[in-house]
Ligand binder design. Structure first.
Ligand code: AMP
Ligand code: MG
Length: 327
């Protein structure tokens, strides 16, 4: 592999020219870090499988946990998520701002399944930072954006922090100075009774006051580093109906072979015929669904070995969950 060259990452000013260049990069599927009022986000087009796979690769994330989608305003949020009265009230009171709502995914939302990790819900927020808002307006679409740091490291609150962690791995950083809040957004689950999924920049008391009721607390099972969750709690992530067999080198009777690499030339579906892990990650959720449909009732999915490096770790984590004994 070619080592990353830090000079490949451009530092862009938050001017109309800088934002236009950032939006051009994003539209081409590249990654651009940008300031929000909480921390710097690592942005990619939330509708692009390849851009979303690149986010996991750039961060070195060992798991496909769901990503927060950043949108320009409430109207854009309503296009990807279903809002009930509680959600409308909280969005009206606290957006733009450091509040992320986990809501049922809207029909036809058009997001990459890597954003939701295959869940029927989506985490969405409208950031307040003027540079984030300007970028979203120029780009004109939803941006998936986890914190712009390598997995497991401290979240960045200035452009130099992003450069120190990710230079050479992303296309650009828009420099918007220091982040005012400095901690991540508060995440509230509203796909059932209101649950505090992550404390953050907006105090829980403010949410309770607006809702007129106390919040339940609950792990979101998303595997957030600050709140490790037991693997069992990830059971809600999409699991195929068909049984899954790993380390397959051919398809047995009643099996649909989900291959990887040139060795799997006979596979019904191939995550990446060339053996490219970013391409395989981009295809993973779509192909699992397709293989599931092809396997039908009582069928099985046989999956080729995937190398345990780079995005292969996240792919294997997801496949092991799919293959784990069902409860
Ligand atoms: P980060 O992207 O690093 O800021 O972390 C995003 C957080 O949002 C993680 O803790 C995720 O598990 C959580 N999250 C994102 N989408 C969902 C979702 N659909 N359901 C539950 N939690 C979510
Ligand atoms: Mg983070």
């Amino acid at each position: 592999m070619i080592p990353p060259n830090p000079d490949d990452t451009r530092l862009l000013p938050p001017t109309p020219e800088g934002l236009a260049e950032a939006a051009r990069q994003l539209a081409a599927g590249a990654l651009v870090a940008f300031p929000t009022e909480t921390v710097y986000g690592l942005g990619g087009d939330a509708r692009s499988d390849l851009a979303c796979a690149r986010i996991f690769e750039a961060k070195g994330r060992p798991r496909f946990n769901p990503l927060i989608v950043h949108v320009a305003d409430l109207a854009a949020a309503r296009r990807i998520a279903r809002f009930d009265d509680r959600a409308e009230r909280l969005a009206g009171a606290f957006w733009p701002g450091p509040l992320t709502l986990v809501l049922p995914l809207a029909e036809g939302a058009g997001l990459s399944p890597l954003v939701t990790a295959g869940l029927p819900t989506v985490a969405v927020r409208v950031p307040e930072h003027p540079v984030a808002r300007a970028l979203l307006a120029v780009f004109g679409g939803p941006l998936a954006a986890p914190s712009a740091n390598p997995s497991g490291r401290v979240s960045p609150t200035r452009a130099a922090h992003v450069m120190a962690g990710l230079a050479g791995r992303i296309a650009a950083v828009v420099d918007g100075g220091d982040c005012a809040v400095g901690v991540e957004s508060t995440i509230l689950g509203l796909d059932g009774p209101a649950r505090l999924l992550r404390p953050g920049g907006l105090p829980a008391e403010a949410l309770e006051a607006a809702l007129g009721q106390p919040l339940a607390s609950g792990d979101n099972g998303g595997g957030d580093a600050a709140r490790p969750s037991a693997p069992g709690q990830l059971a809600s992530h999409y699991a195929p109906g068909a049984a899954v067999r790993l380390e397959a080198t051919e398809a047995g009777k009643d099996e649909i072979w989900l291959g990887f690499g040139p060795q799997a030339a006979g596979a019904a579906l191939n995550l990446s015929p060339a053996g490219d892990l970013v391409e395989a990650a981009a295809n993973l959720f779509h192909y699992l669904r397709e293989a599931d449909a092809l396997a039908g009732n009582g069928g099985r999915i046989a999956v080729s070995p995937v190398p345990e490096r780079g995005l292969g770790r996240a792919i294997n984590d997801r496949l092991r969950r799919a293959a784990a004994p069902r409860g």
